[in-house]
Design a protein around this ligand. Structure first.
Ligand SMILES: [Zn+2]
Length: 447
């Protein structure tokens, strides 16, 4: 008999600070250790890199892993599914408490290394083991980990399957079933179907977009949307600025390609653009045309804006940070007239991003757009498709994997409810085969 426990550490009551522990008898595998950024942003002058874990736990910014003391077993590995901060951001604060290696795909592992290097309070010395999607890691004779390729809004994202003597536990958080991605390969459907046939005891799955009907549009659609907005115009010589997620390498790649078609020089600006994009480029995930310019430091950015103003805005396409109106990001500085770039009547600001639905971001974004409009900018909003599966994608995955038990994660209670309703349609029963877990709870499964 094997005794399996699923411990909901963080990300079950909220969006962000994801952390789940999967216990197989006395071996524990932690999946994801994330940060909830909005809990940090509401405080002024917070420097996370200098803060203590307990302080951050109290703020609700990182998972409360103190509950792990009550779990009977030893942590054998920490696995991260992808490089978004809500999945790796708490590594520098928590990982050193466990004598276990940190595992991720090569791009994720590189971002984890950078996170650890920027930490100033704790020294995280855990070994980091990069494993390619499709690869496995042996915990002991009976238990192993497998990384399965999926698609999401960042490259090199995976599902984690924990193989046990009685079947697999699948952690399926942050994915879309994109069959026509613009970068990387489609999810490994063949392996997922096979896994479903081999037998899955439990699936832990994101509920983020379970309340959105239909199917998530492919990233190919986003590519066409970007192209349509940038190229499909009579006024092709006006100033244009695009803003998007610095970690969305596929999207940035599309914008760079379209800049080429427009005959403009793409100029990436912002510290995080520099970090995510240069890392992806150095590791060979993307290939740029030679004329791409990248600036991370403030003085280099201002110098580049000066050059753009003197040589002509119509020759360049700045791709900048600040789509959520984050104070201090490039676009906010542009809107406040705090850079040499002057927004003139008819210039276009293109948001290749959604607005994160929190009152604080909404307020920031409102202020940003208002300032831009007052200078005469034309706003193109929501030139974007989501990186998270919608309801019908969830239906498909659930039937493909056919797990005995399913647990919605990566969302609030409303999102979980939407998932549970869909699972009920597929024949699951609440409290019996589909389970609602709150942070701090453990679900026991005996096989
Ligand atoms: Zn993500």
């Amino acid at each position: 008999m094997t005794d399996i426990g699923i411990i909901a550490v963080g990300g079950y009551n909220e969006m962000g600070r994801n952390m789940t522990a999967i216990r197989v008898d006395e071996d524990i595998i932690i999946v994801d250790m994330g940060l909830r950024l909005d809990r940090v942003q509401i405080h002024e002058d917070v420097e996370i890199d200098k803060m203590h874990s307990l302080e951050l736990i109290e703020m609700g910014a990182i998972p409360d892993d103190t509950i792990m003391k009550q779990v009977n077993g030893n942590v054998a590995a920490i696995v991260c599914t992808h490089g978004h901060l809500d999945h790796i951001g708490a590594i520098p604060k928590l990982a050193h408490r466990y004598t276990a290696p940190i595992i991720g795909t090569p791009y994720t592992a590189a971002l984890i290394k950078q996170q650890i290097e920027s930490e100033r309070k704790f020294g995280v010395k855990n070994k980091i083991i990069p494993i390619e999607a499709g690869g496995t890691y042996q915990i002991n004779d009976d238990v192993s980990i497998e990384l399965i390729r999926v698609q999401h809004s960042i490259i090199d994202a995976v599902f984690v399957a924990v193989h046990t003597p009685v079947g697999a536990v699948l952690y399926a958080c942050d994915f879309k079933l994109d069959r026509t991605p613009t970068l990387g390969e489609a999810p490994d459907f063949e392996r997922l179907r096979e896994l479903g046939k081999e037998g899955v005891i439990c699936m832990i799955v994101e509920s983020t977009n379970a309340n959105r009907k239909g199917k998530t549009p492919s990233e190919k659609i986003a590519h066409d949307m970007v192209r349509d907005v940038l190229l499909g115009t009579e006024e092709s010589d006006v100033g244009m600025v695009v803003t998007t997620f610095a970690s969305h390498i596929a999207r940035i790649n599309s914008i760079i390609q379209v800049a080429g078609e427009m005959g403009r020089i793409p100029v990436l600006m912002g510290r995080s653009m520099d970090k995510y994009v240069v890392t992806a480029k150095n590791m060979g995930y993307i290939d740029f045309p030679k004329n791409v310019e990248i600036y991370g430091k403030r003085k280099d950015i201002d110098r580049a804006f000066k050059k753009i103003m003197s040589e002509g805005k119509e020759k360049y396409l700045p791709i900048v940070t600040g789509h959520q109106g984050e104070p201090g990001a490039i676009l906010s500085r542009v809107a406040s007239g705090d850079t040499p770039f002057e927004v003139e009547s008819g210039d276009r600001i293109i948001f290749s991003a959604n607005i994160i639905p929190s009152p604080m971001t909404q307020a920031n974004r409102y202020a940003l757009e208002t300032k831009l409009k007052m200078k005469g900018a034309r706003i193109y909003d929501d030139v974007h498709v989501s990186g998270h599966a919608y309801r019908e994608d969830h239906w498909e995955l659930l039937r493909m994997i056919n797990p005995e038990h399913v647990i919605p994660a990566h969302g609030n209670i409303g999102m979980h409810s939407a998932y549970i309703e869909m699972a009920e349609d597929a024949g699951y029963i609440l409290g019996d085969t589909v389970h609602m877990l709150r942070n701090g709870e453990e679900l026991y499964i005996e096989e």
